[in-house]
Design a protein around this ligand. Structure first.
Ligand SMILES: [Zn+2]
Ligand SMILES: [Zn+2]
Ligand SMILES: [Zn+2]
Length: 130
């Protein structure tokens, strides 16, 4: 199955915060456990779910546009035209952080908790907490 072509989804839900401790929850939809305080939260975001279900992507085999039909990501779909399978992968979730020293913007994949970043422009090290 490793040779299944992948197409990146265009939609991803917004970041969700833990209602108990206000830290960021692991990204995605469904049941998530807060890595900071252990609270279990159900994350839903209807506009994203609707967008994921009705998302259309070109089949990498034959370029016919295929509707996802499900909000699951990654999702394996069979093309209605050529019957070959491909995988719709989750869009990577990234946030923009501004370096406190030189105002350069860094795009990173946030992880719950505190993370040390090194600015590629001025080499300043700083901490961000999600
Ligand atoms: Zn929490
Ligand atoms: Zn196809
Ligand atoms: Zn900097």
């Amino acid at each position: 199955m490793s040779d299944m072509p992948e197409v990146e989804s265009k939609h991803t839900p917004p970041a969700a915060e833990c209602p108990s401790c206000d830290h960021m929850l692991p990204h995605g939809l469904g049941e998530k456990t807060c890595l900071i305080c252990g609270a279990v939260c159900r994350i839903s975001h209807q506009p994203t779910v609707d967008a994921l279900i009705s998302e259309t992507l070109p089949c990498p085999h034959c370029n016919v546009v295929v509707e996802a039909g499900s909000a699951e990501r990654p999702l394996e779909v069979a093309c209605s035209a050529c019957s070959k399978f491909f995988r719709i992968t989750e869009k990577p979730y990234k946030v923009e952080i501004q370096c406190p020293s030189c105002e350069r913007k860094l795009r990173i994949r946030p992880k719950p908790g505190t993370k040390q970043l090194n600015c590629p422009a001025c080499d300043a090290a700083f901490n961000v907490t999600f």
